[in-house]
Ligand binder design. Structure first.
Ligand code: PMT
Length: 218
């Protein structure tokens, strides 16, 4: 159960993040990752189907937000943080499905760098950890993170569950063929901070999203 008695009387408000973030090096180059937004948008659709109010904060993707969600488009990790921070106090559940870039170039060039004068090495600095920062401001919210891993899936997911002070973490082995980034299907394992373990899939991202929501709010 969500630790908020008011939920009996008002619709659940769910804040979901989706897609990648981009960190620019110059006006025409950036670093990012292959997130398509499909998993996060499926969560938004499943949440709407349950009658929840949905705030979707999305990085750049080429799919459309489900009708009925309040969608806010962002590009960088800092922009995603600011959009989430603004919406976090009003939400009952935060699900961070976005693949936020952990690092950004220390120096952003104002003009396109020319090939013959380009700096071939880029120095990076950390991007704010959105989930960890918001978990410190948590009052009644249920916090759900994702862990995109390629090795030691359970150990790394459990570490993120503890270190980011989450209620649930969705471990996603992104090296499984036909699951993870860009795929229409997924296969995940949910871990709770009380020791529950719930595997789901392989199945469509919408079915996985429905399973996740049924699991966190039975
Ligand atoms: O978009 P798709 O193509 O459908 O792919 C879905 C997905 C693979 C992106 C998704 O299922 C997934 O695993 N999302 C999490 C990706 C990720 O960034 O994982 P992480 O292990 O690096 O981060 C752990 C958690 O911290 C995540 O909830 C992440 O949103 C959050 N985070 C990460 C970095 C950061 N600076 N701030 C954060 O809040």
């Amino acid at each position: 159960m969500i630790p908020n008695s008011n939920l009996m009387h008002k619709p659940i408000r769910c804040l979901i993040t989706a897609g990648p973030t981009r960190e620019f090096i110059d006006p025409v180059r950036f670093i990012s990752n292959p997130s398509s937004g499909k998993m996060g948008y499926a969560l938004a659709e499943a949440a709407l189907k349950r009658g929840w109010e949905v705030d979707l904060v999305s990085g750049p993707v080429s799919i459309s937000a489900p009708k009925g969600v309040e969608c806010c488009s962002v590009v960088s990790g800092q922009e995603m943080y600011e959009a989430c921070e603004q919406r976090f106090p009003q939400c009952d559940i935060l699900i961070m499905c976005a693949a936020v870039m952990d690092m950004r170039p220390k120096k952003i060039f104002k003009e396109k760098q020319k090939k013959d004068s380009i700096e071939w090495s880029v120095e990076f600095e950390p991007v704010i950890d959105i989930l960890k920062t918001l978990s410190i401001q948590k009052s009644q919210q249920l916090l759900v993170g994702f862990a995109a891993e390629t090795t030691n899936i359970e150990a790394y997911a459990q570490k993120k569950l503890r270190e980011k002070n989450l209620d649930w973490i969705v471990a996603n082995n992104v090296s499984t063929p036909g699951a993870g980034f860009e795929s229409d299907n997924n296969k995940v394992i949910l871990y709770s901070n009380t020791g529950k373990v719930e595997p789901f899939g392989p199945k469509s991202k919408l079915d996985i999203a429905t399973d996740i929501l049924n699991c966190i709010v039975p």
